[in-house]
Design a protein around this ligand. Sequence first.
Ligand SMILES: Nc1ncnc2c1ncn2[C@@H]1O[C@H](COP(=O)(O)OP(=O)(O)OP(=O)(O)O)[C@@H](O)[C@H]1O
Ligand SMILES: [Mg+2]
Length: 256
Amino acid sequence: MEQEKVIEIKNLNVYYKNHKKSPLSRDKKKHVLKGIDLDVYEGEILGLAGESGCGKSTLAKAIVGMNKDITGEIIQKYSDSQMVFQDPYSSLNPSKKIGWLFEEPLRVDKKRKWTPKEMKERVKTVIKAIGLSENMLDRYPNQLSGGQRQRVSIGVALMRSPKVIIADEPVSALDVTIQAQILELLRSLNKNMGITILFISHDLRVIYQICDHVAVMRGGIIEEYGEPSSVYRNPQCDYTKELLNAAGIIKKNFNK
Ligand SMILES: Nc1ncnc2c1ncn2[C@@H]1O[C@H](COP(=O)(O)OP(=O)(O)OP(=O)(O)O)[C@@H](O)[C@H]1O
Ligand SMILES: [Mg+2]
């Protein structure tokens, strides 16, 4: 049986305003994503790789509706895809306690009204799922470690039980041990709760560890797509080869 698509992106173009002051570039828009076609399948972890500035975050934001100047189609099976942002330092409001941050998605839930008791229950469930203890709820974001903060970001994204999570470089700011723990958490959310994950990373090693498919992006275009084992063993594009080289990944490591 063919797997169902949870996100289907067809010929997506995204533009930003050009802020340059030069009269020549005035009013011209910057064309950042150039005709992206990409499918995300139910229950998978799809890795999106590519160099800084190629448009990975732009694609993520387009999916959750944060980029408005777009053409093409983004068809989504579920309406509530949640984003985990690249930088947990700036994405968590520093003036609010962790407990408040967890409850916020429920307070603004348009689908239903949550009673305070239900909110507390939901927070308890989520905090357990992400491996934090309840005494964290009284702290502020700056009183947590980077890894704990990233767990909180993931937890906040989980509050309304989304079917799809878009995680934008969720482990890039973390050291290797903590990285491994967060990857394990994401993998368990995928396996145990069936959450589909679009996992953005410039690190092809990390993508190999947890992704079912990988899309390699360059300059706003998807250059290569496939299962990591076959893409890494037999990359078709020079750019993918460059990335594999830069990551110190030797092809023979992936001959299984
Ligand atoms: N709000 C914005 N306004 C104008 N240009 C933007 C805006 N956001 C991003 N860009 C530009 O769009 C391009 C793609 O940016 P994007 O953040 O999607 O890259 P990225 O692949 O996520 O990079 P990184 O790996 O560094 O996070 C870059 O040239 C960037 O400068
Ligand atoms: Mg980015």
